[in-house]
Structure formats: C-alpha cells, structure tokens
Design a protein around this ligand. Structure first.
Ligand SMILES: [Zn+2]
Length: 45
C-alpha cells in the first residue's frame, strides 16, 4: 500500500512509496541518484 509520491529534485524520478520507505529514503537519499532528500520531496497520494 503506497501512501506517498516521491519526486527527486535532482534526477526527476517519481516513485510511489509507503511510510517506511519514505523514512528510508529520507535517511539514505534518492534510490536512483543518491541525492539528499527533504520532506518537501514527498506528496501524499
Ligand atoms: Zn534522484
């Protein structure tokens, strides 16, 4: 069940993710390019 849409401000990748994946992405960065991610990069689906 995906709850958020992540949009990377660096590479433009859009990915639908769930809550735990949101936390992991905030910690580790964009899964595609590794850019630093802020809460602003997530929108509720
Ligand atoms: Zn990226």
């Amino acid at each position: 069940m995906n709850e958020y849409e992540f949009t990377c401000s660096e590479c433009g990748q859009q990915i639908e993710i769930n809550g735990p994946m949101r936390e992991a992405t905030l910690t580790h960065g964009c899964p595609v390019c590794g850019a630093t991610v802020s809460p602003d990069n997530f929108a509720p689906c």
